[in-house]
Design a protein around this ligand. Structure first.
Ligand code: ASP
Length: 411
């Protein structure tokens, strides 16, 4: 218990020190030199840490979801928890989109209409909805594991977990093996986690040294709109849902989730943050079978921060190129941003690529993503933080619903 708290404090110290030292670099060397220097000599330490997290994340997602399914002992229970989880994810993401649109529309008057230069164009990979759906189903067992295709890995984990449950006695040895393999993986993960304060420090120094001055530019406004959306969503949706659905004080929830939030803020990857999110949920007494199922699924499909960002960015880019969006187009944005956020991988910068799908749907050429490309990391820090807080709030609520049901059954 004490040790886990210490890790949170260490991460906070790493974060603050990173900001201070990054700012010193920026002030003394100037943006360009500071960016180049920190990218060459300091960021690599952050990269080592992120590499280790990526390395552990495939076995972690595969084994923890499989183990979570197996631990439910009953395939009907998998269906019930799965249904509640997906419903929570969809409703909160749709609220996030509406909130994003409202905030962006309030800011719209101050967004600039740009005189676009050729350099602004960025060739985005267009992602279409049907491809996203078809790509959930793997045509090979090994490829998804070696390429970290998260949706496919989740599919494999759920279907094999169900296979173990249905196979009964004969499936038991395999189930025990998975459980033991999962336990070992969690231990390896905690070795890696011990390094997180250093990783956070190195990445933060680099971000502040390299991106600092851009915050002050004209893009600061759209960034501000996104962050207001993130903060409102956190206060309105997560505080209320943990209070109403899980009877937990929002303050306690935010305090406990802080280490994961701080890490998501610097790593910009929900999937890389997953081990820490899981530890935070353990601290909030979420049952292992629930967090093992909800969190990896959430890190891959539940992206409220990404949804807010995509809505704000769509309104901003429309204004930049002088297009006034109609109400119907706004509704299309809500639907496509919800779907695009589901299809977004929980990795750094993925939400910006999926933004192409939202822009396409309302007729804005995705090449204009180039306008905000340079500061995407700054958006990504906030949206990833929101994404993982959303996953944890879902785990806490589902945990409460299930324990209430169990105590009723016992009575
Ligand atoms: N970086 C985000 C995440 O991992 C995804 C995104 O780019 O929106 O949650």
């Amino acid at each position: 218990m004490k040790k886990k708290m210490n890790l949170g404090v260490k991460i906070l110290i790493g974060l603050v020190l990173g900001i201070v030292i990054g700012a010193i670099f920026w002030l003394t060397m100037g943006a360009e030199a500071a960016g180049a220097f920190t990218a060459k000599y300091i960021k690599p330490f952050g990269d080592i840490f992120v590499n280790l997290l990526k390395f552990i994340v495939v076995p972690l997602v595969l084994l923890s979801i499989m183990d979570g399914v197996i631990a439910m002992h009953d395939i009907k229970k998998v269906g019930k928890i799965g249904w509640k989880t997906v419903a929570y994810f969809l409703v909160t993401t749709a609220i996030a989109c509406v909130l994003g649109l409202i905030v962006a529309n309030l800011f719209k008057g101050s967004f600039p209409v740009l005189e676009l230069q050729e350099g602004a164009a960025y060739e985005a990979k267009s992602a279409n909805l049907m491809d996203t759906i078809v790509n959930i189903f793997p045509n090979n067992f090994i490829n998804p594991l070696s390429t970290s295709a998260m949706l496919q890995i989740i599919f494999i984990a759920i279907i094999f977990g169900c296979g173990v449950l249905v196979a009964g006695e004969k499936g038991k040895p395999f189930g025990d093996f998975i459980s033991s393999f999962n336990e070992v993986t969690q231990r390896v993960m905690s070795f890696i986690l011990e390094l997180s304060p250093y990783g956070v420090f190195a990445l933060m120094v680099w971000v502040v040294a390299a991106q600092g001055p851009k915050i002050l530019g004209s893009l600061g406004l759209v960034l501000l709109a996104a962050y207001i959306g993130y903060i409102l969503h956190t206060i309105l949706v997560y505080s209320l849902s943990v209070k109403i659905f899980a009877n937990m004080s929002p303050l306690r929830f935010f305090k406990k989730i802080f280490p994961a939030a701080a890490f998501a803020f610097t790593s910009t990857s929900s999937v890389a943050t997953l081990p820490i999110t899981k530890e935070c949920c353990d601290e909030m007494d979420v049952h292992n079978e629930i967090s093992s199922f909800v969190l990896p699924l959430g890190a891959t499909v539940n992206m409220d921060g990404t949804a807010i960002y995509q809505c704000v960015a769509a309104i901003f880019l429309a204004k930049c190129i002088g297009v006034d969006l109609t109400l119907t187009q706004m509704i299309i944005i809500v639907v496509t941003a919800t779907l695009a956020s589901i299809g977004t991988a929980g990795t750094s910068g993925a939400g910006m690529i999926m933004l192409a799908m939202v822009l396409d749907a309302v007729g804005i050429p995705p090449t204009y993503i180039g306008i905000i490309y340079g500061i995407d990391r700054l958006f990504d820090m906030g949206r990833t933080t929101l994404n993982i807080i959303g996953d944890a709030s879902c785990a806490v609520c589902v945990n409460h619903w299930e324990s209430k049901k169990e105590s009723k059954n016992v009575a």
